[in-house]
Design a protein around this ligand. Sequence first.
Ligand SMILES: [Zn+2]
Length: 69
Amino acid sequence: MRATSRGWLVRCPFHDDKTPSAICYRADGGFHCFGCGVHCRDVLDFHQRMTGLSFKAAAQALGAWRAGR
Ligand SMILES: [Zn+2]
């Protein structure tokens, strides 16, 4: 993993990536792969794509969801 001013270069988990061709942005936790073109707005979006969960289920998995009463 290599750090740049914009973020960290990482191997993409969405395709069979041999070299780091994706970037994880410092600013908002977004993710973009230059290899396969996957783009995630933030860590929640990333988790949804990784797991195929709904928005609510992904938020719950990350502890970002508190049910209202
Ligand atoms: Zn990729």
